[in-house]
Design a protein around this ligand. Structure first.
Ligand SMILES: [Zn+2]
Length: 89
């Protein structure tokens, strides 16, 4: 899974596997990406038009968790909206 999205007026963002990166610097044709989490040492590097690859490991798990949380919230919402949860008084 790989996609690059321009985020409004800010620097480009990179989504690689489940991690999001912001563009760090470009040296010649090499693009350096750093984790969007500033406290994380995770880095990715991209040579020219080659696909980027992770260079340094992250100290956290990727968007997978965020997605699970969203799924959980959706399940919760559905449960609340479902008629079974309404008690007959
Ligand atoms: Zn990270």
């Amino acid at each position: 899974m790989l996609s690059i999205a321009e985020s409004k007026p800010k620097k480009p963002m990179l989504l690689l596997d489940t991690f999001r990166y912001t563009q760090d610097k470009i040296v010649n044709t090499t693009v350096y990406w750093k984790c969007e989490d500033r406290s994380c040492p995770g880095r990715a590097i991209q040579y020219g038009s080659d696909p980027p690859s992770m260079k340094k490991l992250h100290n956290h798990s990727g968007d997978e968790n965020k997605r699970k949380v969203e799924e959980f919230k959706m399940n919760l919402k559905q449960r609340i909206e479902s008629p079974q949860s309404i008690k007959n008084l």
